[in-house]
Design a protein around this ligand. Structure first.
Ligand SMILES: NC(=O)c1ccc[n+]([C@@H]2O[C@H](COP(=O)([O-])OP(=O)(O)OC[C@H]3O[C@@H](n4cnc5c(N)ncnc54)[C@H](O)[C@@H]3O)[C@@H](O)[C@H]2O)c1
Length: 259
């Protein structure tokens, strides 16, 4: 351990879904750097294994589990394997969603294909429900834990052409508040994090960079948001530093929306 490095997550095991790319990768690397054992769940098995190997090369413990989070049996099996390999599960970041790797069509609400509306709720909302169900017995067995569902600042802003994405992410807010009440007696905390528009693309073209630069003019903190801007909040919510916080929504967007 480097001098001055906080290891506040030592002894905790945390599952991250959508860990192979973008912001989920940054969450995984940050949680490991603070001492957590991390289980990386992603449909991209090759990249997921590369990210896990990179974490292991720093001396931390990481496993990659190929998982389609839209499949409850697969999610449950990944959570059970995590508990077997590391001895417990203490938290989960339900991060996998539709965005870059699984792109979302931009169109007026009346033109959204029926199947894509359903798919948005399946991946952005239902998979988080699956993740919470999959870890529940393990968090109870551990005497408590921390769940974070990743929504979006678009919930508080509204974004024309993305009604199916914004609606699916909005559902996570009410879901999280309800779970916080149901699970509080088990000392399981449930919070929601809303990233702002974040430059998470690995090889962004000029159009993408312009799209990520656009919100800068409406931010209190006027610069492009990067995955690194989100990781401290996630580590805080997974740590005992946030032990009395639950049912909350945290916007991490440089102050472009307020809840
Ligand atoms: N980037 C942004 O501007 C932004 C803003 C607000 C919220 N978010 C949310 O943050 C999360 C991460 O965003 P990102 O920009 O890193 O997205 P991304 O598309 O770059 O990464 C998503 C990850 O999820 C994985 N994934 C997709 N479908 C899966 C499935 N069925 N099972 C398992 N894994 C699956 C992908 O392989 C990838 O690793 C998403 O939920 C997104 O909606 C992103």
């Amino acid at each position: 351990m480097k001098e001055g490095t906080s290891m506040r997550l030592s002894g905790k095991t945390i599952i991250v879904s959508g860990a192979a790319h973008g912001i989920g990768r940054a969450y995984s690397e940050k949680l490991a750097s603070e001492g957590a054992n991390v289980a990386l769940l992603d449909i991209d098995a090759k990249r997921n294994e590369e990210v896990a190997a990179g974490i292991r090369s720093t001396g931390q413990k990481a496993i990659a589990i190929e998982t389609d989070v839209r499949d409850f049996a697969a999610f449950k099996s990944a959570a059970d394997r995590t508990a077997r390999e590391f001895g417990s599960v203490n938290g989960i970041i339900n991060n996998a969603g539709m965005l870059n790797v699984i792109p979302i069509t931009r169109c007026n609400f009346e033109d959204i294909p029926d199947a894509e509306w359903d798919e948005s709720f399946r991946l952005n909302t239902k998979a988080a429900w699956y993740g919470c169900k999959a870890v529940l017995p393990h968090l109870k067995a551990a005497g408590g834990g921390s769940i974070v569902n990743i929504a979006s600042s678009t919930v508080y802003r509204g974004v024309p052409t993305r009604a199916h994405y914004v609606a699916a992410k909005s559902a996570l807010v009410g879901f999280g508040r309800t779970l916080a009440k149901e699970l509080g007696p088990y000392w399981i905390r449930v919070n929601t994090v809303c990233p702002g528009s974040t430059l998470s693309e690995e090889s962004p073209d000029a159009e993408t960079i312009a799209m990520r630069e656009a919100p800068v003019k409406v931010r209190c903190l006027p610069r492009v948001e990067k995955p690194a801007d989100l990781v401290g909040t996630i580590a805080f919510l997974m740590s005992d530093d946030s032990a009395f916080m639950t049912g909350q929504v945290l916007l991490v967007d440089g102050g472009s929306a307020f809840n």
